[in-house]
Design a protein around this ligand. Sequence first.
Ligand code: ATP
Ligand code: MG
Length: 254
Amino acid sequence: MLRATDLSQSYGDDPVLRGLSLDVAPGEVVAVIGPSGVGKTTLLRTLALAVEPTGGRVTLDGTDPWAVDREARLSLRRRVGMVFQEATLFDTSVARNVAYGLRVRRSWSARLGEGLRSLVGADGTTGAVREALEVVGLAGAADRHAGALSGGEAQRASFARALAYDPDVLLLDEPTSDLDPRNTAVVEDAVAEARARGIGVVVATHDMHQAERVADRAAVLLDGRLIETGPTDRVFDDPDDPRARRFISGELVY
Ligand SMILES: Nc1ncnc2c1ncn2[C@@H]1O[C@H](COP(=O)(O)OP(=O)(O)OP(=O)(O)O)[C@@H](O)[C@H]1O
Ligand SMILES: [Mg+2]
């Protein structure tokens, strides 16, 4: 389980996160919603164990990555996959991009002594790559060059790469911001697939309807804190916090 406790994050003297707490259980989807610039990406980067919090801590199964040596920190980090708001693909084919996620996972598993058979299909790497591409509706694009993809296709290819990696926790930063309704549905189905595989998912979005569709729990980020957290229906239908109520009703515009 990924757990943030009293987490703070600043850029220089500018505090963005001011002491927030959040748990993500295996097979649970948590939506973090909040207006632009509120700190959603900052929160996800911190949960990805990519940057050290300026206060509080993040733990994965009880271990604080910033309290162990570099090697142990890297092992923890490899269990968390992140799909960035702007797709970051390598300058090669779509299939190779997705296979990269798998290779990282394999070298890590080999070090832990896990059997590779459970990770690689009968026909080797390609099976898992194809499967991940199918989940995001890009089965036909395996041999295309990543640089030639549209923004939405690139976003889905990044998602496939993260899925092939088979993380314990998947962090998705505005995963459908570039997508039309049909492809939004494809990605939302992929989130459901990740959940069914027991992956804990955090999805940052300013699309409240998406949060309602995909998430078990929702958390509203405002002024550096999660001012409202709970089962998605409850947060949307009957928020306790007056600011959350105003944000959800569309009254609070930033
Ligand atoms: N590398 C950085 N250095 C300095 N300030 C930053 C940096 N990254 C983000 N910020 C600032 O931190 C605040 C939170 O940014 P962040 O990107 O986390 O917000 P967000 O909720 O993801 O926004 P959006 O919905 O537009 O993606 C903003 O005021 C932003 O300008
Ligand atoms: Mg962002």
